[in-house]
Ligand binder design. Structure first.
Ligand code: ADP
Ligand code: MG
Length: 727
């Protein structure tokens, strides 16, 4: 009987072929040492940069340190064993007719230079490119790139001079030219027709709309460009592949779940029984801002649907996200449901509980409100757990303790996650997984993040940006204070005294808790909580004023107590680490001193500054730092002085960062999936790829017509991209 025909061609993936089937075993070992195992790895091994054959230099006019290109004929070539017995040198004498020069290649043994010895034969003409150096009084070229030129062929010289030479990340044992040779060799074996193309659209529209190459063409031009435009286009196409793959992998689960109806939420509609939302809004001592109203409108219409809300609320510090979160939670209670707010720290959870209680009291809205944290007394915890498990309509605020096993919230229909960057997606999803109906989700950021980042990291969320601040806020005046200047420092503490005398509170934030026995870096040690608190207690200008402390190694209840005494004005100076960074709300605070400000990231500084200016009283922020700063720290502090808008600062922050400091990739295996895409530069690509991904998934949710894309999505699935929030 005839076996059913296998169709290897359909599943065959030329990129998955091991390179050892394509090159010699020795070459395969070299490639493996660079992390190249498959044909795909080799193609994705992008040149670090491209070398350009420069204008031809005459050998008689060389200067040390110059990057030159010379067209010259080999006149001698000899291999020399180093005296030490280790390593060899290959010395090549060249001439351009006017002068002579020595070109030197080093290697561990002569075999590594076989290629050179074979090519660089006396009489042959080459283009050499490299940097002129001096050795024992003579100029020479060490390890230059070189290319053979058909003698006297002007055309050939011109053509080669126009072509960029790819330079790869290399090792002594595997130099760049060798990698280039092996990649060329591997490319020659690829059947390009068979390479699955993630950008291939059944109607071919995508590539056309965005002027992209096919994946095959992109690989060819990446490694074998004829000119600079070639590799630039190639990199752009490859960045698109990554952006589209990322967006598709982020959006697909949601689209599929919607389609399958597996993730259904309980619609939360207004006007069910008690109108808590209405009553809260009416009872508040202030008008909601236009931004708050707009955000609430978007959110409440999400809540009315049966597909779960997944929304990110972006707003500046002090914009009033808590009220919006409370409205969402009350809508759940109105519908007889439970709602939870997840906070990253105990301080924040306690703080949220207090501000929510205050808002409820102000509006005379009575709703059961619970707290769940790890450090609660057992009896309080048991009590909360019991109430939650009972399923009565209520609100709960908590830390990670909320997502531990044994916590039952049977009627949970709204989850608000504050300061999302501190949680992984899996933590955030823990409370929603396997629940039917599925809770609606609202994620709130501590400060705005650039849209590019939001799309990359929170790509599965819809984004609401709340740009307006409550009326009557005076922007916080921000000043820089050089810490070496005793007059300014004395003036600083005098100012602190004045703020406190006028009913204000003063935060002093420092980068460390205690002094280290040995400072990590030479120079002025960084200020610590212990040292600064001691100094301020002895400061004449602050005589009679109590100084409290708070930091991450203190017991949560000690910190909570210090904050309470601070809020009440009993200890109106608080020396602390960044435990006060997020969310802490003491409206009386009017002065923020950040000592060692150069140590903090821009969003952190902005977040810290946001702890003051929370009432109609003018506030100040003092950035205390050493006079001598590096360029980046200088730029960060200056940006903070100049901008008060968090959305603007977020964009500055992104520009100032190194690519590597922008995203972290939390991985389930393999290495980073982002090689060509730059979240710093490629905002436009990311936004456009998002739109294309939405379209593709709407037309083809299972990606049946997009097999190339499906393959890439499978490959990167499990990668989790994370925004690195600090400097
Ligand atoms: P954040 O967005 O940083 O979390 P909060 O929710 O803590 O900001 O709000 C900051 C302060 O502004 C709180 O004291 C809050 O009561 C107050 N607030 C919120 N909305 C308004 C408003 N529309 N008008 C006046 N004050 C408001
Ligand atoms: Mg907040």
């Amino acid at each position: 009987m005839k076996q059913p025909l296998e169709t290897p061609a359909a599943n065959f993936d030329p990129l998955a072929v091991p390179v050892k089937l394509r090159v010699t075993p020795a070459a395969a070992r070299h490639l493996a040492s660079l992390g190249i195992e498959t044909v795909g790895d080799a193609l994705n091994y992008a040149p670090r940069r491209y070398y350009h054959w420069g204008k031809l230099t005459a050998l008689s006019q060389l200067n040390e340190g110059e990057e030159i290109t010379v067209l010259a004929q080999v006149i001698s070539a000899r291999l020399v064993h180093n005296r030490s017995g280790k390593g060899v040198r290959f010395l090549v004498g060249i001439t351009d007719g006017s002068s002579e020069l020595t070109v030197t290649f080093f290697a561990r043994n002569e075999y590594a230079l076989t290629h050179h010895q074979r090519l660089l034969q006396p009489g042959e003409t080459f283009l050499f490119a490299g940097k002129v150096s001096e050795y024992q009084g003579n100029l020479q070229l060490v390890q230059p790139s070189f290319e053979e030129i058909e003698a006297d062929s002007e055309q050939s010289v011109e053509r080669r001079r126009g072509r960029p030479i790819p330079i790869y990340r290399a090792k002594a044992s595997v130099p760049s030219w060798k990698i280039a040779g092996l990649i060329d060799q591997i490319m020659a074996t690829v059947n390009w027709e068979q390479v699955p193309d993630p950008l291939a659209d059944p109607d071919g529209g995508l590539g056309q709309r965005h002027s992209l190459l096919s994946l095959s063409r992109a690989y060819q031009l990446l490694h074998q460009p004829e000119d600079d435009t070639d590799w630039q286009n190639a990199r752009r196409t490859l960045a698109w592949v990554e952006a589209l793959t990322l967006q598709t992998s982020l959006l697909q689960p949601r689209v599929q779940a919607d389609l399958a109806g597996t993730h259904r939420s309980r619609p939360l509609v207004p006007g069910q029984g008690e109108e808590l939302v209405e009553r809260l809004i009416r009872g508040l001592p202030f008008q909601l801002t236009g931004g708050q109203l707009e955000a609430w409108q978007q959110i409440s219409s999400d809540l009315e649907g049966t597909s779960p809300m997944q929304r990110l609320l972006q707003a500046d510090v002090g914009a009033g996200k808590t009220v919006v979160a409370l409205l969402v939670m009350l809508r759940a209670v109105e519908n007889g449901q439970q709602a939870a707010l997840l906070a990253p720290t105990e301080v924040l959870a306690t703080q949220h509980l207090a501000s929510i209680q205050r808002l409820l009291d102000l509006s005379q809205v009575e709703v059961p409100l619970h707290l769940l944290t790890g450090s609660q007394p057992a009896s309080a915890r048991e009590n909360t757990l019991m109430h939650l498990a009972g399923g009565e309509p209520s609100l709960v605020v908590g830390t990670h303790a909320l997502i531990q096993d044994g916590v039952e919230i049977p009627n949970l229909s709204v989850l608000v996650v504050d300061e999302q960057h501190r949680f992984g997606v899996s933590q955030r999803e823990h409370l929603r997984q396997g629940r039917d109906p599925r809770p609606h989700l609202l994620v709130m950021t501590a400060t705005p993040i650039p849209r590019t980042i939001a799309l990359t990291v929170f790509g599965d969320l819809d984004v609401t940006a709340m740009r307006e601040l409550p009326a009557g806020r005076t922007p916080v005046q921000t000043h820089r204070v050089p810490q070496e200047n005793p007059v300014w420092m004395a003036r600083l503490w005098q100012r602190a005294r004045e703020e406190i005398a006028a009913g204000g509170r003063v935060y002093v934030v420092v980068p460390r808790i205690a002094d280290e026995a040995e400072p990590a870096a030479p120079g002025v040690p960084l200020p610590s909580v212990d040292a600064v608190a001691a100094q301020l207690r002895a400061e004449p200008a602050l005589a009679g004023i109590e100084v409290g402390i708070a930091h991450g190694q203190a017991k949560p209840e000690e910190n909570a107590r210090a904050l309470e005494r601070f809020a009440r004005g009993e200890a109106p100076i608080l020396v602390a680490t960044t435990v006060v960074e997020v969310g802490v709300d003491v409206p009386e605070a009017t002065m923020m001193v950040i000592w060692g400000a150069q140590q903090f990231g821009l969003s952190q500084l902005h977040q810290l500054r946001g702890r003051v200016g929370r009432s109609d009283r003018p506030s100040v922020c003092m950035l205390v730092h050493p006079v001598a700063l590096n360029e980046l720290a200088e730029a960060r502090l200056q940006a903070l002085v100049e901008h008060s808008d968090g959305f603007a600062l977020a964009e500055v922050d992104l520009r100032l960062r190194q690519e590597g400091d922008v995203l972290g990739v939390v991985q389930s295996g393999g290495r980073s999936s982002l090689r060509f895409l730059s979240v710093r530069r490629d905002g436009a690509i990311i936004a456009a790829a998002r739109t294309e991904a939405e379209r593709i998934l709407a037309e083809d949710p299972q990606l049946e017509q997009h097999s190339g894309l499906a393959r890439e999505v499978d490959r990167v699935r499990g990668d989790q991209v994370r925004w690195l929030a600090s400097s």
